[in-house]
Design a binder for this molecule. Structure first.
Ligand SMILES: CC(C)(COP(=O)(O)OP(=O)(O)OC[C@H]1O[C@@H](n2cnc3c(N)ncnc32)[C@H](O)[C@@H]1OP(=O)(O)O)[C@@H](O)C(=O)NCCC(=O)NCCS
Length: 370
């Protein structure tokens, strides 16, 4: 390793060896354990992807049933919900989630174990518990009782039902599940890096996950999906969006949902797929065309004006809106889905650990005296 190489924001730096995933920008493929993520979004279930991430191969029927069971039949300890009930509703949903993920550790007898085998066994349960916390976050903040997932429904159906508390169409469940798969894993974004950095001290999975929630909250990362929806709602219609975006661009403001450190001048393949999902959902629900029209206009403006393309958050936002999901849950849902990829990374880090400890390019003073 050359001394003194510095890349602001670690751009282009290879910071981990992994067998989990890879963004191949040349072939325009997101590789997840050898499979193309787009194919998984089109054809697989979320449990398939959890199995693939954790077991390094797609699950057979028995393993899939076992994973579904662990994810839907592992209730959240009531004390964690009680902690959430005590938090002010004004606290950001990601901060409430961060507190709850940290608190989960208190009720896991193996919480401090960094044995990858123990983490592998506990991962589906943790994913299920995190998902139930997310599904209940807004209900608790608004004074309603939390609901557990039920073995009657699949993981994705449970997740959506508990959030919206109404009957859901199969097309809605599928759109939601496809968004979860799209969010499940994406190589080494800031939150996954944060989790691996924490795990590399041999700190436990809950600590690593908690750091990832903190990272994901930021609007330059996961927080972009809710920001996109607020922008669409503020704009109201296509001419409104055009005016809003042009005003923002004139003021050199960033437009959320566009650009990506790795894809930057190309379309995020997941965004293109979620755009299809949005169109299918609009057909199934016979409403929402205005959001597809606004998103298309925004896409055209950004391509022409800035040469920038949408990322996944841009199209996930209207999908969630059409599913009647509260906007404050968009980023927590991203985290619940990503907890699958994060657990795979934490396990991999603990299995082949080397402490992260980079150096700095010192620009401060020297030789000062007291
Ligand atoms: C994702 C993101 C942080 C990547 O940033 P990055 O790799 O550090 O790239 P930079 O911030 O250096 O941006 C490079 C250039 O593109 C511009 N740019 C990048 N994203 C932009 C956006 N969303 N809106 C307007 N301009 C943008 C920057 O202003 C900069 O222009 P300049 O060279 O004229 O100063 C950035 O694209 C962004 O802020 N996007 C909006 C937030 C978002 O959607 N996040 C979710 C990511 S999945």
């Amino acid at each position: 390793m050359k001394e003194n190489t510095y890349s602001p924001g670690l751009e282009g730096v290879i910071a981990a060896e992994t067998k989990i995933s890879f963004l191949d920008t040349e072939q325009e493929e997101i590789v997840i354990r050898g499979y193309n993520l787009l194919e998984l979004i089109r054809k697989a279930s979320f449990a398939d992807v959890v199995g693939l991430l954790l077991d390094e191969k797609l699950p057979d029927a028995a393993r899939k049933a076992e994973l579904e069971k662990a994810m839907v039949s592992s209730p959240v300890p009531s004390a964690v919900y009680e902690i959430l009930q005590k938090l002010p509703a004004s606290m950001h949903a990601m901060d409430r989630l961060r507190t709850a993920v940290s608190a989960l550790a208190a009720f896991d007898p193996e919480a401090n174990s960094v044995d990858p085998n123990s983490e592998h066994v506990r991962a589906p349960r943790i994913i299920g518990q995190v998902s139930q916390i997310v599904a209940n976050l807004t209900h608790i903040a608004q004074g309603r009782k939390p609901e557990d997932f039920s073995p009657k429904y699949s993981y994705a159906e449970n997740f959506l039902r508990v959030i919206v508390r109404r009957d859901v169409l199969p097309a809605e469940v599928r759109a939601f599940e496809q968004s979860l798969i799209a969010y499940s894993e994406h190589e080494l974004p800031n939150s996954t890096f944060a989790a691996r950095v924490v795990a590399s001290t041999l700190a436990d999975a809950y600590g690593a996950l908690t750091s990832a929630v903190a990272s994901l909250k930021g609007p330059l990362h996961g927080g972009a999906n809710e920001a996109v929806m607020y922008m669409l709602l503020e704009a109201k219609d296509v001419p409104g969006l055009e005016k809003l975006m042009r005003d923002k661009l004139a003021k050199k403001e960033r437009i959320m949902g566009f650009g990506h450190r790795v894809y930057m001048r190309r379309m995020d393949p997941r965004a293109a797929l979620l755009k299809e999902v949005l169109h299918e959902l609009i057909r199934a629900r016979s409403k929402g065309q205005i959001y597809a029209d606004m998103c298309q206009k925004g896409e055209d403006i950004m391509r022409t004006e800035k040469g920038l393309y949408p990322n996944l958050d841009y199209y996930a936002a209207p999908v969630y809106y059409l599913l009647d999901i509260p906007i404050e849950l968009y980023t927590p849902i991203f985290f619940a889905a990503r907890s699958s990829g994060l657990m795979a990374h934490i396990i991999e880090q603990h299995r082949e650990n080397r402490l992260y400890r980079p150096r700095v390019l010192y620009r401060g003073h020297r030789g000062l005296r007291l």
